[in-house]
Write a protein of this length. Structure first.
Length: 218
């Protein structure tokens, strides 16, 4: 692998490797489908393969890389058409789920959603994108579960791997403020707590589409 840069110092090596490789993915220096060869990265950066392995695992967790058994890890290739199609279905699911939850908000469901918001805030403060994504996806999973419609939960569980892989939820390339995004989910939770089904449905649909909601009016 060429162009990855100068050797790293021996302080938090896996974090430094992660930052270097992630920067190349974000900037386009590494293209979709490029293989992340741990031995080459380690040689170029003057480190052992152990911190490179940890960094690549982190990139896979975030959705920036894919691991293929017996083949290795590759820069993730995301189809914009597939992402748009998945997002359109997500809008319908979340609009329906939010309306159902707002019609009969339970203390247990609201607390479960609140726990995911707290996890997002903690992850945002720590700069941990992978854990943020887990909590964000968890928030929307809990929403569907709280709807009381078992078929809705099943549909979400079937779609969740694709939503993650296509970066339809918590795009790891998001360039905004992750703390603000966590606060946005707190605002969505407040809408559910208000027990206004029409508003909840509209706000969650706007959020799923990627705009025209609470966050945009601040």
């Amino acid at each position: 692998m060429t162009g990855i840069g100068e050797p790293l110092t021996r302080v938090l090596l896996s974090d430094q490797v992660y930052s270097r490789v992630r920067g190349l993915i974000v900037s386009g220096g590494l293209k979709a489908g490029d293989r992340l060869v741990e031995a080459e990265i380690a040689r170029d950066l003057g480190v052992s393969q152990a911190p490179v392995r940890e960094a690549v695992k982190r990139l896979v967790h975030e959705g920036l890389a894919d691991h293929v058994p017996r083949r290795g890890s590759f820069v993730a290739d995301v189809s914009s058409q597939d992402a748009d199609a998945a997002r359109a279905v997500r809008v319908i699911i979340e609009e329906f789920a939010a309306r159902a939850v707002a019609e009969h908000p339970s203390a247990e469901s609201l607390e479960a959603l609140g726990a995911q918001v707290r996890a997002m805030r903690e992850a945002a403060a720590a700069g941990d994108v992978g854990t943020f994504r887990d909590a964000d996806i968890g928030f929307h999973r809990v929403l569907c579960e709280a709807s009381g419609n078992p078929f809705l939960s099943r549909i979400w569980s079937l779609m969740e791997p694709s939503l993650r892989a296509l970066r339809v939820v918590s795009d790891p390339l998001f360039t905004g403020d992750w703390r603000e995004m966590a606060d946005h989910h707190g605002a969505l939770l407040a809408v559910l707590e208000s027990a206004d089904p029409d508003r909840a449905a509209a706000e969650f649909a706007a959020h799923a589409r990627g705009g025209d909601g609470i966050l945009d009016r601040r």
